[in-house]
Design a protein. Structure first.
Ligand SMILES: Cc1ncc(COP(=O)(O)O)c(C=O)c1O
Length: 415
C-alpha cells in the first residue's frame, strides 16, 4: 500500500469512519477512490474497477459525465451560486416546472432539499400536515434515510440506535403483503404509506404486479397518502423515468435525489400533489433549507432530466438490460450458486446460495475488477446496477468477471 493511501486511511480512521473501515477491512476491501471516469473508479493505488454500485444511482450517468461538467461550467459562467431560498428564483422555478411536467400524479408543488433523507422528511411532514395524522406505514426492510424522520420509518434498527424510534407512529409490514397493509391502514390513523418502488437495501425484490397499485387503492380507501421513494429507482434506470410508471401508480408525493445531482452537485426534491402541498399556502417558512434547491444544482439537475428522459436513452436501457438478463440467465444455468436474478432495467439484485454469499461475491468481484455492494438488509444479495450508457461490450466484460468471481466463491466454499 502506498504512503498516500496509508495516510488517507489513517486520517479517516481517526476522524471520520473507524467502524466502516474496520468492517470493509474484515471483508478484504480497502478501496480509496482516486481517479474516476465513466463506468470506472480507480483506487488511489491504481486498481481499476467497474462501478456497479454507483452510490445507489448517484452515478447513473457515470462518473464525471461530460455534459454535466459542461452544465456546471455554464452555471458558473452565468454567475450562479447557491442562491437565497427566501426569494423567488429563475433556476428553481425552471427545475420545478420540469419535474412536475415529467412526473405522474398531478403534482402541484416542489420542495427542494440537499439530500434524499431531507426530501423524505419533507414528504412525511407534508403527509402529516395534510391528514392531521401522525402514523407512517412502511415495510420491514425499507430504507428511506438517516435523518430523524426518514430514519424513523422502515427498518427499525436505524432509529433505535439513536433512541429516535417512535414505535407508536411508525408501523412496518412485510413487503408484498396486502393483507397486513390493509390491517395497518384500517384504523384510519395513518398519514401515509412510504414505499421504495423496488426496495434497494432489501436487495431489490420485485413488487408483485398488482401490489403497488393495490396499496394506492387502499391508501385512498383509508385516507392516507402514498409516498413513492424513487431515490434509487428513478431517473431512467428502469427504462422509464420513474419506476413507479411500470406499476400504474400515481403517487401523492414522489421523492427523488441521488442521480438528480448528475453525480456532481447535490440536489433532491419532494414533489407534492394539491393536498400534500397545501401547507405551502399556509406557512412558507414551515420547511427551510439553505442548500436545498441551490441554483447551480438546479441548472445541473435540469440537464440531468433532459438526458434521462430522452426516449432514445430509455430505449437503450431496455435493449441493453434485456441483453444483460439473457447473459445472466445463461450464466445461471452453469452456476446454480446464482440463485435468483431480480431485474427491472438496470435495477438488479442478484441472490446467491448462502446467507453471507452477497458479501463473498462483493469481495470476489472486487478482486477481479468490479465494485458491487452487498445489500445491507440481505447479505445473500448484491446490488447490481450498471450505469445507463452500458453497452454490450461492457456487459460481456461484466459477465466474464462474474463468472470468475462465482468460480472463486464456489472453490472457497468447498475447500
Ligand atoms: C431509497 C432511499 N431513500 C432515501 C435515501 C437517503 O438519501 P440520502 O443518503 O441522500 O440522504 C437513500 C440513500 O441511500 C435511499 O437509498
Amino acid at each position: 500500500m502506498s504512503d498516500l493511501k496509508t495516510s488517507i486511511i489513517e486520517k479517516n480512521n481517526a476522524l471520520l469512519c473507524p467502524e466502516k473501515i474496520k468492517i470493509f477491512n474484515a471483508i478484504g476491501i480497502d478501496l480509496v477512490i482516486g481517479k474516476r471516469q465513466g463506468p470506472y473508479i480507480y483506487d488511489v493505488d491504481g486498481k481499476k474497477l467497474i462501478d456497479l454500485h454507483l452510490n445507489g444511482g448517484t452515478f447513473n450517468l457515470g462518473h464525471c459525465p461530460e455534459p454535466i461538467l459542461e452544465a456546471l461550467n455554464q452555471a458558473i459562467q452565468m454567475g450562479l451560486d447557491i442562491g437565497n431560498h427566501h426569494f423567488p428564483s429563475a433556476q428553481r422555478g425552471l427545475l420545478a416546472e420540469k419535474l412536475v411536467a415529467l412526473t405522474p400524479g398531478d403534482m402541484k408543488a416542489v420542495v427542494f432539499a440537499s439530500g434524499g433523507s431531507e426530501a423524505v422528511d419533507v414528504a412525511i411532514k407534508s403527509a402529516r400536515h395534510a391528514t392531521n395524522r401522525r402514523k407512517i406505514i412502511s415495510i420491514d426492510q425499507g430504507f428511506h434515510g438517516r435523518t430523524g424522520l426518514s430514519g424513523s420509518v422502515g427498518n427499525t434498527k436505524n432509529a433505535q440506535f439513536f433512541l429516535s424510534d417512535t414505535p407508536q407512529f411508525s408501523v412496518t409490514v412485510p413487503f408484498n403483503d396486502l393483507e397486513k397493509m390493509e390491517t395497518a391502514l384500517k384504523a384510519k390513523d395513518a398519514a401515509a404509506v412510504i414505499l421504495e418502488t423496488i426496495p434497494a437495501t432489501m436487495g431489490f425484490p420485485m413488487p408483485e404486479q398488482n401490489y403497488l397499485s393495490c396499496v394506492k387503492t387502499l391508501c385512498e380507501k383509508y385516507g392516507a397518502l402514498y409516498i413513492a421513494d424513487e431515490i434509487q429507482t428513478g431517473l431512467g434506470r428502469s427504462g422509464k423515468l420513474w419506476a413507479i410508471e411500470h406499476y400504474g401508480v400515481a403517487p401523492d408525493i414522489l421523492v427523488t435525489a441521488k442521480g438528480l445531482s448528475g453525480g456532481i452537485y447535490p440536489m433532491a426534491a419532494a414533489l407534492l400533489n394539491q393536498r400534500a402541498g397545501e401547507w405551502l399556502h399556509q406557512d412558507g417558512f414551515a420547511h427551510i433549507s439553505t442548500f436545498g434547491g441551490s441554483e447551480i444544482g438546479c441548472y445541473i439537475a435540469r440537464k440531468v432530466l433532459d438526458i434521462v428522459s430522452d426516449p432514445a436513452l430509455l430505449q437503450r436501457v431496455d435493449t441493453i438490460s434485456a441483453y444483460l438478463l439473457t447473459r445472466l440467465k445463461a450464466l445461471q444455468t452453469t452456476h446454480p450458486f446464482l440463485l435468483e436474478i431480480r431485474q427491472n432495467g438496470f435495477i438488479s439484485g442478484l441472490k446467491f446460495d448462502g446467507e453471507m454469499a452477497g458479501i463473498e461475491m462483493s469481495k470476489a468481484l472486487y478482486d477481479n475488477g468490479i465494485w458491487a455492494m452487498f445489500s445491507g438488509y440481505d447479505l445473500s444479495v448484491i446490488q447490481f446496477k450498471p450505469y445507463m450508457y452500458t453497452d454490450k461490450r461492457l456487459v460481456d466484460k461484466i459477465i466474464d468477471i462474474m463468472e470468475k468471481a462465482m468460480n472463486q466463491c464456489r472453490a472457497g466454499s468447498t475447500t
